[in-house]
Design a protein around this ligand. Sequence first.
Ligand code: G1P
Length: 295
Amino acid sequence: MASTSPVTTAVFPVAGLGTRFLPATKASPKEMLPVVDKPLIQYAVEEAYAAGIRHMVFVTGRSKRAIEDHFDTAYELESELEAAGKQALLDVVRAVQPADMDCTYVRQPRSLGLGHAVLCAEHIVGQQPFAVLLADDLMVGEPGGPPVMAQMTASFAQHGHSLLAVQEVPEDQVSRYGIVAGTPAEGRLIDVERIVEKPAPKDAPSRIGVAGRYILTPRIFQEIRQQPRGVGGEIQLTDAIARLMRKERVGAYQYAGKRYDCGSKAGFLEATVELALQHPEMGETFRAYLKTLAL
Ligand code: G1P
């Protein structure tokens, strides 16, 4: 079915090194770490697809080839599964790249930050609004409700301005996030008046933290280009959003659902346990196993 989404392209910055997961990420991309049976990047791509987005743009780097292979035909594997009559497995493998989904890859040649990664996709995205999904943040909607990006594209269809997914974060964790402050607006929206990247708790304007989902208007590219390096010597997307805000309305969208910070070991383990418990094939067995543990 043709998609009628107001956002047709998603950018996935996947060039990061994943040092928090060494040695697992020494030779494998962190985005390929599996939560139960799917790599992190596939959760993010499926979320974008469920929002009607059909063009996936990956901003990759050296040693990230496995991501390209994952979203390509696995010729030998597919012919062997076919020959063995293993249709269910074949379906699982083929579902990774639906026929109406296009993937484009572009390299980020140096680690200059998230803003720079997004800018690397400019010539592919062009002059249209686009989504950004950080695969480290595994996002799930509420049971039976729409996934987070679909909530955001619906809001974008209504309002047409840039959106940042936000959630309240504990005070001692504000320095891990872009933090926003603003005025409550319609529904789940806050009109953003300030945004700061990774402030110290004493300088944080609020406890409303940005999760790794954005819908941005193409004007952001111009702002990133003018953006000097910020925190950590990197070109921060947050700083470019602060500039964008002076010219256009930017909304913080308080999504319905849950975020697992799979860039941290604790968050990754929480995602693994909770998604395993919900897994149709092994949820019950895993629940029974957990109950046997003397915790
Ligand atoms: C990035 C952004 C930050 C945002 C976070 C969400 O930081 O720079 O503003 O709050 O993602 O996960 P990172 O976690 O890549 O350091």
